[in-house]
Write a protein that binds this ligand. Structure first.
Ligand SMILES: [Zn+2]
Length: 171
């Protein structure tokens, strides 16, 4: 069965199907800082930092800017190892079509490990992913959502199911 056919048949079976018509489009308006794990609520309060030349590890991060950090500095890439150089740019430059192109350019230039860039692209460009990403594992243990795609590459429908599941759990 093709992916599309499976998606359609699964959507038909979904209990969420009934509410689908009143669903609004997912959006990402806040981000979670990789240092403080607190919300970055304004675009101008975030920046992206990375170590150029790093081969593995978490070398691409989204964090509060110096002036918006809630509990002291959130940037952590201040002491790069030999052969690496530290870069940072405002979060705003990574959003929208030009931001996506910048991230793709970084991938083409092999600025940082590809897996980290893929994750950052999802966080900044897939609506709802940033809010749902820490909950996928727990939600999937509960059978939410029904797995339709490669783990880690979720459809908007799956992301929405995870966010709704999370809301239920927190109630
Ligand atoms: Zn922070």
């Amino acid at each position: 069965m093709s992916w599309t056919a499976r998606q359609c048949s699964n959507e038909k079976m979904s209990p969420l199907k009934k509410t689908a018509t009143k669903m609004t489009k997912l959006q990402t308006k806040t981000w979670i800082c990789d240092s403080s794990h607190e919300a970055i609520t304004r675009v101008e309060d975030g920046w992206v930092e990375w170590l150029r030349g790093a081969e593995s590890g978490l070398h691409l991060r989204l964090a509060h800017t110096r002036s918006s950090a809630p509990h002291g500095p959130c940037h952590r890439l201040a002491s790069p190892l030999a052969g690496m150089s530290r870069r940072d740019l405002p979060l705003s430059l990574f959003l929208g079509p030009d931001g996506l192109m910048l991230l793709l350019e970084m991938m083409d230039d092999q600025e940082v490990p590809q897996q980290e860039l893929i994750e950052m692209i999802k966080r900044l460009h897939i609506p709802g992913y940033e809010a749902a990403r820490k909950h996928f594992e727990a939600a999937m243990e509960e059978g939410v959502p029904e797995s339709l795609r490669t783990p880690g590459f979720h459809s908007q429908w799956e992301i929405r199911e995870v966010l709704e599941w999370r809301e239920e759990v927190e109630r």
